[in-house]
Design a protein around this ligand. Structure first.
Ligand SMILES: [Fe+2]
Ligand SMILES: [Fe+2]
Length: 188
């Protein structure tokens, strides 16, 4: 569903400094878990949203722990909290009215998951280490499920026509933002 493909230069940057990529990847999983919980806190009356997002928060925390284990095997430590220009630019474009904000957070959540899925899939295919490649392959599958879960929740709590309109807008925006950020050995 994405409208821009990750460039070969991005993959080269990641493979050329995989340690930096792992540290940033861990931070992304931690933030994904926190973001899912924050949705639960802000929309406690939405049953399907709460059920689904608690599950996603658990799985992202699991991913965080697993990436951290890979880091430890390489003697790496967790990094300081850093701003992610990709996510920040996207968040700036979310609306502020109650329905618009909920819709944007869910649809944007799905699009960010789709990007994670695409990039983990590329990393999995490019890695020589079979065990690490399998780990990234499994992660790509999990993020693909999250991509669908966010959309399922959005379509259950908001008019699906509005969800499709928002998805169309966010896919354009995501492609524009992706192409505007520098290429680094990071997830974004
Ligand atoms: Fe994840
Ligand atoms: Fe995810």
């Amino acid at each position: 569903m994405l409208r821009a493909q990750s460039s070969p230069q991005w993959l080269q940057a990641v493979l050329g400094d995989f340690d930096s990529f792992l540290v940033d990847h861990a931070a992304n999983e931690r933030k994904a878990s926190a973001n899912a919980l924050s949705l639960v806190v802000h929309y406690p009356d939405q049953g399907l949203l709460v059920d689904t997002l608690i599950e996603i928060a658990r799985e992202e925390l699991d991913h965080f722990q697993q990436v951290y284990q890979w880091m430890k095997r390489r003697g790496l430590k967790l990094g300081r909290d850093e701003k992610d220009p990709y996510v920040n630019k996207l968040l700036k474009a979310t609306r502020n009215d109650r329905e618009g904000r909920l819709l944007d957070r869910l649809v944007l959540g799905s699009v960010i998951e789709a990007r994670g899925c695409e990039r983990f899939g590329l990393v999995a295919k490019a890695l020589d280490d079979e065990e690490l490649a399998k780990f990234y392959h499994d992660l790509a599958k999990s993020e693909a499920q999250h991509r669908e879960d966010f959309l399922k929740v959005a379509r259950a709590v908001i008019d699906p026509v509005k969800v499709d309109e928002a998805l169309d807008r966010w896919l354009d925006k995501e492609a524009e933002v992706l192409n505007s950020i520098p290429i680094r050995a990071k997830l974004h």
